[in-house]
Design a protein around this ligand. Structure first.
Ligand code: ADP
Ligand code: MG
Length: 717
């Protein structure tokens, strides 16, 4: 069967490692700077001996291990390149389980003893670093006598330079492991999951007669939402500074219903900041395609062009860092929290996901021949099966304290995971499930009168914006990620569950094909069986509607509302055996992540509670008391009585919060029990304090109220 190249290939250009770059317009002002701070293929080719360059490319393209003997040559070229660009230091840049990135800087320069210094950087230093693992969460993996950890160079993600007004640092993307070999980071499991998926997908492609593909890469294109606010307001809000979200603030008189529309025009200072950010990202080789206003006032979105999951995740982390750095240049602060303002739309990160081959195919692109259609339906079926089977794990992969304020509110996907396919695909799968596919010849296969799939709409219109997991033409969009979250772990989960589903379907297909039957004749049965077994996860209606929540319950879908509800899914027997069967995470590694995530939840709520109690007692209550004195002195008895009552209730609520957050109450041995206590007792006490504070904000004289109000923070640009 001749291979038909898919449509998308003409539009976008795939680089060998599965990352794509839109064909660059070399006349565009940004073109000259694109990638100038990256030690990418062009620099590598120019600076490395031919043999070294070729082997490095093979490592990047096929995941072959790099001969350590070549590392010296790479290190030397990298060092020269970095020194020419004013780097004085290098760092192994890695992703510990905190969800952010970490770096420890080492100087290139070694004193020689005669008063001069020599720039040194060998293969050994490139390949391996040794940060102190005890400063990072390990969820019990680290025992005291083995506190050390090491970082190992990831040659598949390009090294880059972080510029600073006073110098520059060479950053080398690395993995982070314990000396006992366990992954202490988010990168190692992601790479393992990409391998697992590649293996499974190639097995399937061989059944479809493809002998060319050597490597399948999962791809991600994250759409990042964020807020930009004036830094003066930020500094006057200890809650924003300490917790990333406002713990107080009455709803502003003006919501988002007026002039701050989605796609509205972008204020000048904000646009200047965005342009600068995009320029920095371009220099780092991160291509950004779209920017626009989001639903809420002062909220925006940035969407880099998709790349392979590993590079895309590194770039996403870098992107968040650059956004925050550049905002400061404009006296703005970039808020990445999932819910910085109560009652105002929160921020998420839409994770566009697909699978691409080293030959340039997108496996979730329908394509234009019956053969391609079948292949597409096979991989789509695998995704549906995976999401249904592991809905709990998928939900757990995006669980965090910040997410609990967002998921399930009428702005973000609900905590119930479901899959949206769109009208056309719904019909196609429905027809296959009902066996309305004629004699299984490709032409009659769909029973829809056409030899190929109907064209699927790639753009808006038919889109279901309420779905947590939506098919959008040639990719799936996992919409439930939090805005501050590293995409690494959710994608590790996604890759692994889909790898398993592909393998399971391959087994069915191999059995159905037997000795003589071809793939075309056998596939409909396999798809029909899987779709019937998993169709409960498919939902095309309004995910916000109460009727859906009832319906989902009837279908037996999970509705894990909060982080303590969701996290146990991570360590279910099924999850643990999935991860270990695919070599993605050992049982110990899964448990360590569970411990770390559960502890992060408790710590986050704990810090919020302390901050809230502090602000309430030392800033807000005094303001109310002062105003009360003024009102009394003015002889306004009714007003004074009301204020007095509120202040008294406020004091009582603050005491209750302090009591709930008293360390003596936090003796839970079980991480989930502790989380439940934070959720059911501490957060409830915080809500009570807040609701009285927000009432007081509307009563107390504005010049006495110590916190900037929502109406200022969100509307002064
Ligand atoms: P929208 O979803 O708003 O229509 P786009 O079609 O531009 O926007 O896609 C949004 C994001 O999806 C972008 O970051 C884009 O790069 C990414 N994307 C497109 N194709 C793929 C793919 N095959 N795999 C992963 N991400 C993709
Ligand atoms: Mg989108």
């Amino acid at each position: 069967m001749p291979r038909v190249r898919h449509k998308s290939v003409a539009a976008v250009q795939w680089s060998p490692n599965g990352s794509v770059i839109e064909p660059l317009d070399l006349t565009a002002p940004g073109a000259q700077i694109f990638g100038e701070n990256v030690f990418g293929p062009i620099e590598q080719r120019q600076r490395l001996p031919k043999m070294v360059f070729r082997q490095l490319q093979r490592t990047i393209e096929r995941g072959e291990t790099l001969d350590p003997a070549l590392a010296d040559a790479v290190a030397s070229a990298m060092k020269d390149w970095a020194l020419e660009r004013n780097c004085t230091h290098y760092t192994h840049w890695f992703q510990p389980l905190t969800g952010s990135t970490a770096e420890k800087h080492d100087s290139f320069f070694m004193p020689t003893g005669d008063g001069t210094a020599l720039a040194e950087f060998s293969g050994k230093e490139l390949i391996q670093g040794e940060p102190d693992a005890s400063s990072f969460p390990t969820g019990g993996i680290r025992v005291t006598f083995e506190a050390r950890g090491y970082t190992a160079w990831d040659p598949t993600s390009p090294a880059f330079i972080m510029d600073n007004p006073n110098g520059a640092v060479l950053c080398i993307p690395t993995a982070f492991a314990s000396w006992t070999g366990e992954a202490l980071d988010n990168k190692i499991p992601l790479l393992r999951s990409m391998d697992a998926l590649s293996k499974a997908a190639i097995r399937a492609l061989r059944l479809f007669g493809d002998e060319d593909v050597q490597r399948v890469f999962t791809t991600i294109g994250p759409e990042q939402e964020y807020f930009l606010i004036d830094k003066h307001f930020y500094y006057e809000r200890p809650d924003l500074v300490n917790t990333g979200r406002t713990l107080f603030g009455a709803k502003p008189p003006k919501g988002h219903e007026l002039d701050d529309h989605y796609f509205g025009s972008i204020p000048e200072r904000v646009l200047a900041c965005m342009l600068d950010t995009e320029r920095e990202l371009a220099r780092l080789g991160i291509p950004v395609k779209t920017r626009h206003n989001e639903v809420a006032p002062a909220q925006y979105e940035i969407a880099p062009v998709f790349e392979n999951s590993n590079v895309g995740s590194d770039h996403q982390q870098l992107c968040m860092q650059v956004m925050q750095n550049i905002a400061r240049r404009y006296d703005l602060v970039c808020l990445l929290h999932e819910k910085p303002f109560a009652g105002v739309n929160g921020s998420g990160k839409h994770n566009n996901w697909s699978m691409g081959t080293d030959t340039g195919m997108n496996l979730l692109e329908p394509g234009d021949s019956p053969h391609d259609n079948l292949q597409f339906l096979f991989f789509t079926t695998a995704v549906i099966q995976a999401v249904n089977r592991h809905q709990g794990l998928l939900r757990a992969s995006i669980a965090a304290a910040g997410q609990d304020h967002r998921l399930g509110a009428n702005e973000a996907p609900p905590a119930i995971i479901s899959v949206f396919l769109g009208r056309e695909l719904d019909r196609v799968f429905g027809a296959i499930a009902e066996g309305k596919t004629g004699k299984s010849t490709p032409e009659s296969f769909l029973g829809l009168g056409t030899p190929v799939l109907p064209p699927l709409p790639l753009h808006a219109g038919d889109r279901n914006r309420t779905s947590p997991f939506a098919f959008t033409g040639n990719k799936f969009e996992f919409r439930a990620l939090g805005s501050s979250q590293s995409p690494s772990f959710p994608n590790t989960v996604l890759n692994t569950i889909v790898a398993q589903a592909i393998d399971d379907l391959c087994e069915d297909l191999e059995a159905a094909m037997g000795a003589r039957r071809g793939v075309e004749a056998s596939l409909p049965k396999v798809i029909a069986k899987s779709y019937k077994a998993n169709r409960r996860i498919v939902f095309g209606g309004d995910n916000y509607a109460a009727s859906w929540h009832r319906e989902a319950d009837k279908r037996g879908l999970l509705n894990l509302r909060s982080t303590p509800d969701a996290l146990p899914e991570l360590v279910s027997e099924e999850s643990i055996s999935l991860f270990s069967n695919y070599g993605v995470l050992s049982s110990r590694e899964v448990h360590s992540r569970f411990e770390v995530f559960a502890e992060q939840y408790v710590t986050t709520v704990n810090i919020e509670a302390e901050t809230a109690a502090g602000i309430a007692r030392t800033m807000l209550l005094p303001a109310a008391v002062r105003y009360l004195a003024e009102v009394k002195e003015a002889g306004l008895d009714a007003m004074a009585a009301e204020l007095h009552a509120q202040a008294e209730a406020f004091d009582a609520a603050i005491r209750a919060l302090e009591a709930a957050n008293d360390p003596k109450k936090h003796t839970h041995k079980d991480a989930i029990k502790h989380g439940e206590f934070m959720r059911d007792t501490v957060l409830v006490a915080m809500d009570e304090v807040r609701s009285i504070a927000d009432r007081l904000e509307r009563m107390v004289a504005d010049d006495l109220w110590p916190l900037p109000k929502y109406s200022e923070i969100l509307f002064v640009k």
